[in-house]
Design a binder for this molecule. Structure first.
Ligand SMILES: Cc1ncc(COP(=O)(O)O)c(C=O)c1O
Length: 289
């Protein structure tokens, strides 16, 4: 599936190709194909690039499986967790929800170390700020500092972005886990309603990225206008960005939403479902994304 995340990785691959790298693709979730590709790879170094929390389905890949495989075959694992950052984090008895604590992203969430892993964490989602960072082993960081053109030739991060992230980190420190608990509860309310209506959603991991496919007989623009008129702003997943049977829209809940707002959204979804505009559920499955 094409998404901004895939495009970000794809752009990186185009750049890497220009530097002489070979690119092979595997569908995320397809660990067997990845292992085959790793077995066959003769050139070094090898880098495996993937999403953390998927930008469309909200799925959370089992990073331990990928990390183990990459270490076994001497590959670096590059994970873009723009959507997990600020939402999922390390697990522990004090957590307020299955999202975990501190919002420190998928590597910590999976109980992994950063050995052989490059984590790209973005602040443009949970922190609403134009900033990103890498978390990676020191040797790789030292190398990037002298080899990455964007690091070498760009100006410093804008002060305004640093300031909003700073403020966000403060909120995270003081009441991040409380907010994450609230977000999880709102998401459970939405997903419980969607599943109760017997509707299809690509979300299987209960994250706040909830994609809902529409039925084949309905038009995406009409459905989205109906949502808009009812006060609901969603992002669209049109063909060919997604396969035809997944044309639909993506709801993104945030910790700033309220129970009353989710109730309103659920009412609109009920009315769309009554009119047959939304696809019926198919058996719960983790779709390669
Ligand atoms: C997985 C992923 N990585 C990166 C980005 C781009 O982030 P930014 O807005 O910081 O450029 C997106 C945007 O949606 C994304 O989904």
């Amino acid at each position: 599936m094409e998404s901004r995340a895939h495009r970000t990785i794809y752009d990186g691959c185009v750049f890497a190709r220009g530097q002489g790298a070979t690119m092979q693709r595997f569908r995320s979730g397809d660990v067997a194909t990845l292992e085959k590709l790793l077995k066959e790879a003769t050139a070094r170094p090898v880098m495996v690039c993937m999403d953390g929390v998927n930008s469309m389905t909200g799925d959370v890949p089992d990073l331990r499986v990928y990390a183990r495989l990459c270490r076994e075959y001497d590959a670096v694992l590059y994970v873009d967790d723009a959507h997990g950052m600020g939402v999922i984090g390390e697990r522990g008895p004090a957590e307020t929800s299955p999202y975990g604590m501190r919002g420190n992203a998928i590597v910590k969430h999976s109980g992994e170390t950063y050995d052989n892993i490059v984590l790209v964490g973005g602040f443009s989602k949970a922190y609403s700020s134009l900033l990103a960072f890498l978390a990676l082993p020191t040797a790789m960081k030292d190398r990037l500092k002298v080899a990455a053109p964007t690091y070498l030739y760009s100006g410093p991060a804008p002060v305004a972005s640093l300031a909003t992230v700073w403020a966000g980190l403060d909120v995270n420190e003081k009441r991040g886990d409380e907010l994450r608990g609230h977000l999880y509860r709102l998401t459970a309310k939405l997903l419980g309603h969607v599943r109760g209506l017997g509707l299809h959603t690509l979300n299987v991991d209960d994250t706040p990225v909830v994609e809902i496919p529409i039925s084949a007989e309905h038009d995406l623009i009409e459905v989205s206008e109906r949502l808009w008129r009812a006060g609901q702003y969603v992002t669209l997943a049109p063909y060919p960005g997604v396969p035809r049977d997944e044309i639909g829209f993506r709801i993104q809940l945030t910790a700033a939403h309220t129970d009353a707002q989710v109730d309103e959204l659920n009412n609109v979804l009920t009315s769309l479902a009554k009119d047959g505009a939304l696809r019926p559920a198919i058996p719960r499955q983790r779709r390669p994304s």
